[in-house]
Design a protein around this ligand. Sequence first.
Ligand code: UDP
Ligand code: MG
Length: 323
Amino acid sequence: MCEVAAQRSRPILAIVVPCYNEAPLIVDTARKLVEILEELSSHGEIDNQSFIYFVDDGSQDETWLKICHLHQMNPQKIKGLKLARNFGSQSAILAGILSVRERAHCAITIDADLQQDERAIPLFLKSYKRGAEIVFGVRCDRSADSFWKKSTALIFYKCMKAMGVRIIENHADYRLISRKVIDSLAEFREYNLFLRGIFADLGFKTETVYFKAGRRQIGETKFSFKKMASLALNGITSFSVMPLRLISILGAGIFIFSCVMSIWILFKALFGKVVPGWASTLIPIYILGGLQIMLLGILGEYIGRIYKEVKARPRFIKDIELF
Ligand code: UDP
Ligand code: MG
């Protein structure tokens, strides 16, 4: 127990930084992060074995070369990992977190462009020392973001909430997680990972740190529209089967409507004046159309359940065990 308390008061911290074509700014980023680590360890806030872990997500520029160079200059503080190709930031972050699992007591993930204000790192540590297992970085001011980014993010968070998904608004991938949380994350075996959803869903003692997001100083966003849309779709489909349920609801609605229409057509055909063949053509169209969508919905319900099963997510997450 004492050892655990000592680890918490002076932990080995790993800062995990995903990088995709970030060669122009990576040296500057490394310098700023090393400064923070040195300051924190000189004040005894973290162990001096703390380090920065760059994950090169299949960059086509000189990012990896620069990481190697930075490592040679400061092997104790700067480490790196090169992925075989571009897997996307979520996979790069996951690779980084799982790789530092055995070597650090806690990890902070932050973007390479430091738009997320690295000066908030000491606040994350304070929350960790108070006992938080996950500390979420939340942007308190998005004025540096474009109108496009702000509005798409707003729509995304509203959609997620409407579908009943637990998600923290304005939290991107800036967070601190303890070793315990990393161990739990390792139990998630699904291919399409949406980390923001998983961390918000895990439980544990959490705290929030608010920070002001800045602008990207060098280069452009590495999130093309395609990547952003795919991340959003991943978020929705991996946490909700609501789209499938909507088909069921729609199907049931259309089927009821079809039945009513069929009765009306039958009534007209029996007691009114209609063109011959009108009723015998329309009734099957209504009944079959409604039935088909309803049956599709029932299939969807089963597919939704199969989908949840194949992800094989842990059914519970242990926090503390007294044994
Ligand atoms: N990134 C990555 N792989 C990708 C796209 C982005 O590792 O395929 C990294 C990128 O280098 C940065 C972080 O993810 O460290 C966030 O990217 P960016 O700053 O371009 O996103 P934005 O701030 O525009 O949302
Ligand atoms: Mg950025």
